[in-house]
Ligand binder design. Sequence first.
Ligand code: C2E
Ligand code: CA
Ligand code: CA
Length: 611
Amino acid sequence: MHHRLSEKVSHYLSDVKTDELADFLSALSHDYQSSETTDQEAEKRITQLEGIEKELKQTVSLISATLETSQEGVLVIGDDNQPVVSNDNFINMWNLNREWINNSSGRDIYEIVRVQLKQPSLLLEHLREVDAPSSATLKEYLLKDGRIIESYISHHVDAGVVWRFRDITEAKKQEEIIRFQAHHDALTNLPNRTLFGDRLSHALRKILRTDGKLSVFYLDLDGFKTINDSLGHMVGDELLVQVAKRLSDVLRDDDTVGRMGGDEFTVLLEDIEGHADVVRLAERVIDVFRAPFVLDGQELYITTSIGVSVYPGDGQTEELLLRNADIAMYKAKDQGRNNYHFFTSSLERLAKHRLSLETMLRNAVKNEEFELYYQPVLTLGDGIEAISLNGFEALLRWETKSQGFIGPDTFIPVAESTGMILPLGEWVLKAACKQARVWVDMGFPDIKIAINLSAKQFQQTNIFEMIIAAIRNAGIGFHNVALEITESMVMQNVHGSIEILSRLRERGISISMDDFGTGYSSLNYLKTLPIDILKIDRTFVKDVTESKDDRAIASSIITLGHNLDMRIVAEGVETPEQRDFLSSQGCDMVQGYYFGKPLPAKEAIAPYTNL
Ligand code: C2E
Ligand code: CA
Ligand code: CA
């Protein structure tokens, strides 16, 4: 009997680890075993103990009932790393069975839980956090099967590690839906005013650190009210849904389309290079309204008016950009609808002009409307008689059918920003080398052709090979070519530039630093760059006879260049006085209208053929 009781007590002790009870019971059983007792007393005690046993049984069944009715999966692992308690929810949640659990260690159970997680390492981290007694953590696990399970792990001094799991997959889904609904328009599923505003202010924060641009469109459908009133709200709603879809389809993935309410939509364009991009996208939006909408079996035409604002010019805040786009939208309506209007109209003209220039330029490359003109570069000697022809600078000319000549200062930036400079630059390279060959054959074996390179062109990976090939194919010598680069080109990638320029120079090609004095004019770079020739920018040459400062700059550049073993070309020489001053300062070469304007090849060479 003694034995039976103490066994029972220890059995309950292992199941119910309640301090007080445990203490009380062990004292009791100790008492019972050691003391000299009469049978009567013993009987009394046994009755007492059986009462306690009953209570304990109740407690245990209460605990297990609680465990089994809980929504949570519960597992308790004792400090000896053996599972103490687990409920059916736990077993089902982790696809286990009771028998397996009864024969497994805590470690086995961790392992089988771990492998079901999408990110198994999380569990270990989690367990480490609860290593210390009386610590607890709450985590979310994503399972490989897609469920989301929340786990609360706590470490109790007596019970061991208590895990509670809750399947929150549904709750999460609901949360997501509610969040989506709060930020989207119920009819079209587009971002609503709130979310659109968030995206815009986020984009503004991002762009603040760069010198980027972004644009906001404010769209309003023309005559939507009439459709709504005459055909009914159902048809009106369907139209809005279709408009939303067309807008989303036509814009780029990174652009945001939103619905402000009614028939008003907004668009956020990020990552725009310039106004030409904006014009292009606005026209694309207008275009998607050209096809009829099919509503309730009938075809319906509708147009839109768009107001455009551009950051930073038209506002720096979310509110301003939206408001100004809205204002511009009313202007678009005033001007006859079915069009777009920029908040700043001068920008609109500029953007349209640029866009048409771009289109013309594209065709010009195809139609070969380009020609190279050549301006002589002369070597100064002692006295006027000693002036001799060094070579020519090749300068690009574009003669359009509609607008006559357009200067390189106007179209080269456009060609650069659209990438058209690459085929164009390659064409210049080949044509200039071919022309050099003609002149070499005419009896100018050492003639030097100066070719301007643009920054984009210079960044091409195969630029070295392209230059070498152009020279080889033309059958001229490397000494017949000088490449004109600018400081800003080099600054974009100093190391890469030095590498390419050095390789070109090793072959015998001359490198000229163009427009010197207008850019960074960093003496440090000048020293490290492989340069043969410095070209003094014509702005300093222009006033050299009137301005003391310009005289000082010109003669300093000459001295500086000579000290670095470079030769100096002065450009834009228009008068004999300028020539004399430059000559007196030891300038090596000159170029300018005084000696010859840029002309087509035949006319350019003519003065030198009878010498
Ligand atoms: P740049 O390289 O500084 O070319 C010299 C410019 O000065 C040329 O203008 C030339 O016509 C002009 N010029 C020459 N002598 C005088 C003078 O005595 N007085 C005045 N006022 N101007 C003079 P252009 O041909 O309009 O070229 C402008 C710029 O366009 C060039 O400046 C160059 O940066 C660029 N460019 C021209 N052709 C090409 C080309 O084939 N490729 C590239 N990438 N750029 C080119
Ligand atoms: Ca030049
Ligand atoms: Ca120049």
